[in-house]
Design a protein around this ligand. Structure first.
Ligand code: C2O
Ligand code: CU
Length: 480
């Protein structure tokens, strides 16, 4: 059966997850074993094809020890992890069993933006089905990508309900011997707010300004799961911030991270960092050395202030104010090949040619009589019918994005990865492919985007998804 459902991960992953995909109720919504952070449903491509059924539906899920009614793909939070290789075809038979319209965005993949591919203008009504179909280009970089709903006006609500999953492209990075020898784990970070009956709380109107945040922080659907870091071996951690608004500033006690990849895949060489800021939508891959005393180390979310305080009446919205443990990392002996060597060369990213066009974007907010706060790009809230930016295929552009507002905005461009050129006029030294970049309040970030391979209409927006839903988005037309 081509629709294999495979349970991967640490030993002890329960039988609840093992088996073939037989129909819509097969995948269990049982609580995942709390001893492991790595229990995921996984679909992998076979013979060049990744084909599966995905059903969006509300489902009872064990959240922090009690039943919560979350929005799920195939009953799971986070959603099943999809894995394919460059050149593979993807055929995803989607059914919307939510009570709202929805669709799917393949965040970070460089695939067509029209038809039944990464088309965010599709509107799939409750009860309707749609087959997504596209090819991952043969030259697509390996990396950590993801999928989530993208129906304007409902994006934050649906993400906050739990609809998010990883989309992994396996390729060159995975073949680097040191990377291959590392133990691989995934962390999908999500936060939730549910009431005493386990129903999602979406009405916190104050939160719309800073974007909704929940008090239950989860990694792979669990509160404080543990992960084992093999002694004298490397752990490769692939992390996704799937929260609609929350920033994660991550640090592992007594350890540094060797970052090997950003949103768009491998860096040229690993960089050693003590903490990692992941803004909504972003991914990072790090190697961690298992060379400390056996014991437990906490992966912490450190305080971070993303602005907006003045307007919040002194509330703590938008600011983590304490170190929050997210995952317990236990160093333990594993009888597997031992190696702690960090690779030296990962990829060969080259700088882009000078741009043919330079554009400016201003991020700010203003008042809108209907909703109160409105979020604007160049003074305008999103209009479905307006083409904000028209670019020419096979050209390179610089976008200078200035944040004149009072809070930080993560800026995301669909489908076309970019490089950061400068921040506040200071050249950026790290060559990296990204699809989401932080534009802090009061600052200017210049990005360079090559428009390649695909024409058609797509979007760019703030990835604090309440800001996006409240207007901070523009239509981008890529012309032939
Ligand atoms: Cu992850 Cu347009 O979004
Ligand atoms: Cu924003």
């Amino acid at each position: 059966n081509r629709r294999q459902f495979i349970a991967l991960g640490a030993a002890g992953v329960g039988t609840a997850l093992v088996g073939h995909w037989l129909g819509q109720e097969t995948i269990s919504s049982q609580p995942l074993p709390s001893s492991s952070a790595s229990a995921f449903g996984v679909y992998q491509s076979r013979d060049g094809l990744l084909e599966l059924d995905i059903i969006a539906k509300e489902n009872p899920v064990n959240l922090a020890g009690r039943q919560a009614y979350l929005l799920t793909y195939n009953g799971q939070v986070p959603a099943p992890r999809l894995e394919a290789q460059p050149g593979d075809k993807v055929r995803l038979h989607f059914t919307n069993n939510l009570s709202q319209p929805t669709n799917i965005h393949y965040h970070g993949l460089h695939i067509p933006v029209t038809g039944n591919a990464d088309n965010v203008f599709l509107h799939i009504k409750p009860g309707e089905k749609l087959t997504y179909e596209f090819q991952i280009p043969p030259n697509h970089p390996a990396g950590t990508f993801w999928y989530h709903p993208h129906l304007h006006g409902l994006v934050a609500e649906q993400l906050f309900g739990g609809l998010a999953g990883l989309f992994i492209v396996r390729g060159q990075l995975d073949e680097i011997p040191e990377v291959k020898a590392a133990k691989e784990e995934f962390l999908v970070l999500q936060d939730f707010a549910v009431d005493n009956n386990g129903r999602l709380i979406n009405s916190a109107h104050m939160s719309l300004m800073m974007g909704r945040e929940g008090d239950i922080i989860t990694a792979n659907g669990q509160v404080n799961p543990s992960l084992s870091l093999p002694e004298q071996r490397l752990l490769r951690l692939r992390i996704l911030n799937a929260s609609p608004s929350r920033f994660y500033r991550l640090s592992l006690e007594n350890h540094s991270f060797y970052q090997i990849a950003t949103d768009g895949g491998a860096l040229n060489e690993p960089i050693e960092v003590n903490e990692l800021l992941l803004i909504p939508g972003q991914r990072a891959e790090v190697l961690i050395k298992g060379d400390r005393q056996p014991g437990q180390y906490r992966l912490l979310n450190l305080p971070y202030d993303r602005g907006g305080m003045g307007m919040m009446g002194g509330g703590m919205m938008g600011r983590n104010n304490r170190d929050e443990p997210i995952v317990l990392v236990t160093i333990s002996y594993e009888d597997q090949g031992q190696s702690l060597s960090i690779p030296t060369q990962l990829a060969s990213i080259s700088a882009l040619p000078e741009p043919q066009t330079v554009r400016s974007f201003e991020l700010n907010h203003g008042m809108n009589p209907a909703v109160g706060m409105a979020f604007l790009i160049n003074g305008e809230a999103y209009n479905h019918d307006r083409l904000d930016t028209q670019v020419q295929l096979d050209t390179v552009e610089d976008w200078e994005i200035t944040n004149t507002g009072m809070m930080d905005h993560p800026f995301h461009v669909h489908n076309n990865a970019f490089q950061v050129i400068s921040r506040n006029g200071q050249p950026e030294s790290l060559l990296a492919w990204r699809d989401t970049v932080l534009v802090p309040r009061g600052e200017t970030v210049r990005i360079r985007i090559p428009f390649r391979d695909f024409t058609g209409k797509t979007v760019y927006h703030c990835h604090v998804l309440d800001h996006e839903d409240l207007g901070m988005m523009g239509n981008l037309m890529i012309n032939a």
